[in-house]
Ligand binder design. Structure first.
Ligand SMILES: C[S@@+](CC[C@H](N)C(=O)[O-])C[C@H]1O[C@@H](n2cnc3c(N)ncnc32)[C@H](O)[C@@H]1O
Length: 299
């Protein structure tokens, strides 16, 4: 790690080798950014699979999407050009996990019936009665235990996960199912069925500027006060405290007056975070979706 982030390797595991496409799609609900950012202006996002960048391009004058992983950046470029979604390393790992679901007693027909519901109260009851079984709980907790995850993830990435991750994730899933209608939730289908989106890119996506860089370095060399919004994915999960501080300083430097920052994390919130929108994000996964003024990052 020369920069101070485990993402630098472009791989989820510790094996040496070429950077890979890690994410075939994104697991971040852009409705968070839509609610948090004023339209227009210049926005910085993390490229990942390009989903957020393309959504931002619909409402903002200019979108810069940076990624530290050249393979991931090239993939985002292909998606913007209209190439179909493919499965990355994360989707392959999740496919392995889903293959075990029949062992928990889950049947495809039951799952499809659940995902067709649109009343959160009915979903919650269905979840409790048919899916949140003892075997499912034990299976997920084993699958998401450090001992199992070590096979696929580097220590740097694992260090960012909360203790008892299986139980924490089950809680986040249940929170989502009792809050958001399943029928209109593409993230529930992506997670539980492995569904990829077939939506073509919007025309505005061509305006996204892709940059191969880590976010802190890119922002440090950007003009002062030149961005009106920042959405930084969960790039600090797996980064050192020094990189975190550097990124916050760089955001403060590049932020225009009134700029807003969205920062996600798998971690559990440490205490009360007033701007935590994790429960509003339909992608189920997050412990923290922190929405706050960039001015908070100024020393
Ligand atoms: C943090 S990961 C996690 C996946 C993400 N939550 C999603 O749903 O797509 C997303 C992307 O961030 C990129 N990344 C990680 N740290 C970065 C950094 N410091 N600067 C720029 N890109 C970074 C990774 O290469 C990856 O493509």
């Amino acid at each position: 790690m020369t920069l101070g982030t485990a993402w630098e390797a472009g791989r989820l595991d510790t094996k040496r080798g070429q950077p890979r496409v890690l994410f075939g799609r994104m697991y971040e609900d852009p409705e968070i950014e839509r609610a948090a950012f004023a339209p227009g202006g210049r926005v910085l996002c993390i490229a990942s699979a390009g989903c957020t960048a393309m959504q931002l391009a619909l409402r903002h004058d200019s979108v810069v999407a940076v990624d530290i992983n050249p393979a991931q950046l090239a993939y985002a470029g292909q998606r913007i050009a209209g190439v179909a979604m493919a499965r990355g390393t994360a989707e392959q790992i999740m496919r392995f996990g889903r293959a075990l679901l029949p062992l928990a007693g889950w049947k495809l027909a039951t799952l499809r019936a659940f995902l067709a519901l649109d009343d959160p109260a009915a979903q919650h009851a269905f979840w409790r009665e048919h899916l949140d079984t003892r075997r499912f709980r034990a299976g997920l907790d084993t699958l998401l235990s450090l001992a199992t995850l070590r096979a696929a993830y580097s220590p740097g990435l694992l260090a960012s996960l909360p203790r008892r991750f299986g139980a924490v994730m089950r809680g986040r899933m249940e929170r989502c199912f009792r809050t958001h209608p399943n029928r209109t939730n593409p993230y529930a289908r992506a997670l539980l069925l492995g569904e990829l989106s077939r939506d073509p890119p919007p025309r505005e996506a061509r305006r996204v500027r892709l940059v191969h860089a880590d976010a802190a370095s890119f922002l440090e060399r950007s003009a002062a006060a030149s961005f009106h919004a920042f959405t930084l994915s969960n790039i600090l999960d797996g980064a050192t405290a020094a990189y975190r501080e550097r990124l916050f300083r760089a955001v403060a430097h590049a932020a225009a007056p009134g700029a807003v920052v969205v920062l996600r994390s798998f971690g559990e919130p440490a205490g009360d975070i007033p701007g935590n929108r994790a429960a509003d994000d339909r992608s189920l996964l997050w412990g923290v979706v922190d929405v706050r003024p960039a001015a908070d990052f100024a020393a």
